[in-house]
Write a protein of this length. Sequence first.
Length: 656
Amino acid sequence: MNPDKKFYITTPIYYPSDKLHIGHAYCTVATDTMARYKRLTGYDVMFLTGTDEHGQKIEDKAKEAGVSPKEYVDRIVEGPQGVKDLWKLMNISNDRFIRTTDDYHVAAIQKIFKAMYDKGDIYKGKYVGKYCKPCESFWTESQLKDGKCPDCGREVQDAEEEAYFFRLSKYADRIQHLLEDTDFLEPRSRVNEMVNNFIKPGLEDLCVSRTSFKWGIPVDFDPGHVVYVWIDALFNYTTALGFMNDKHNDYDKYWPADVHFIGKEIVRFHSIIWPAMLMSMDMPLPKKVFGHGWLLLDGGKMSKSKGNVVDPYLLAERYGVDALRYFLLREFPFGTDGNFSNEALIGRINTDLANDLGNLVSRTTAMVGKYFGAHLPVTEAADSALDDELLHLAKGLRDVYEEQMEHYAFQNALMEVFKLIGRANKYIDENKPWLLAKDETQKARLAQVLYNLLECVRISAVLLTPFMPDTCEKIFGQIGAGEELRTWDSAGQWGLLPMDAAVNKGENLFPRIDAAKELEELAALEAAAKAAAEPAPEEPKAPEYITIDDFNKVHFVTAKILACEPVKKSKKLLRFTLDCGEGTPRQILSGIHEYYEPEELVGKTVVACTNLAPRKMMGLESNGMLISAVKEEPDGSEKLHLIMLDDKVPAGYGLC
């Protein structure tokens, strides 16, 4: 390790879901591979991961489970098949793990929030808009896609509450320059999305506190407010190093981060909000944010709510963790989406790992044992033209591999290694060791051929170590490569393995899989798991009747529509001014604009419920409900008819 070469890499801290799937592991496996690669090349690495444990959705899920929010997250983070358990399964080598409920982090976030407030970058106001609870995201009406969250496609809810705001708009020009004129955000396609969708339309100030729930870091100078989870979550990258706390003391050593690996769904938070807050705090910016794609299943993102998740425990048990790690980074370019399937996984294991890598190691070590015992003789053989291409690939492999790894092109780096592995298998067929073994005059040539193969295996194993650490450890043992021959420097040199190194065949690294049989068994296992997860059918409930006293509590009256107009920034709401016979007009909001235009309703007589509790929508108070008839059509659409009465019926009559 070179103390002058430092590398700080992070994954996003994960929302602790109670059903972890292979998609959760994807980013962290990539981050782990990069961290291992940098350690291999001599860097002092800090690799951070952790869990994001605050927010309304955690509070709601804990309530559903009948436990406190802290009990809920403790179980999922620390318990069996929780986050830490999954990282252990996937052989994640993180140096530090942060939980946003850690005391030192909580205290640091309160200081950070106060510092931005004291600077004038956080101010008090009132939030009125839309909120996506799963994404913990605030949206304006115009930002919604088909009325739903543009990130996850789920329903949003009206939100109105006293809140603090961060002056995000103040930093719009600097953020645009950062994105457009530097390589801060990659892949480049993410830049266009951020600038065109968020900055150019006008970057609005960000709501950064909540009062409608309690599970969050309290704003210590204003009781009742909790800090918005994305301030809480983003600053973990610095608090985990000791910023604004004395738990750790290596902030000056590792910050700024070299790269944040994140999923594309949170690029906006990391490439716009995060640098703006760091600018507010006069802190250095991370060198790079890399937004990778999603693992897709059946064309859609893996999601527990959709029921399309893949169990990493099942796959790791059947195929081994290293096979799974290899597949995730070989099958898909890291910056794009990739379609996960059992067929693709089994195909990649059979083709690359069993046929190519496993076959090369097995054949080479077996032939050394068969023809020479455990050790090759120390001999010199004349060079052969058959060696040239193989040696050229092997000697140049480390440099082309390094170029790809430095650009986070994991797939390409693996392809380069497997070019050598494929060429080595071809080299066996070209030299036909089984024929050389029959000719005593060719013993030296046979030994040289097998030595060349062992060196190709050694160099390949060094470069595959960040991807498949356990497998490569086994390979080094089988070819007799000591610790000094497993280093980055040794991967760039040919001929380091002692000619008489102790070689043993060992176990078969990757047994070939009967694909048809395996797919059938997987389908049965997944069906059984899905059936076990589905709740038992509920017994039909007896109808619930109300009494005449219950019915009499509802006040239905006739009402004349005095005025009607659309509600600004809403596609559905109409604002009605009604004469309900009360002496003063009553205001009611109703979401029927897609069925009626305002001008056709003025003067009509309708039925209103007038003792419904008032509620606010889009900043306006609605005092009651208009009664409509609704029918669902065969195609799933709805038809709605506002109940209208004969205009001769006066306003204020009760219905009975």
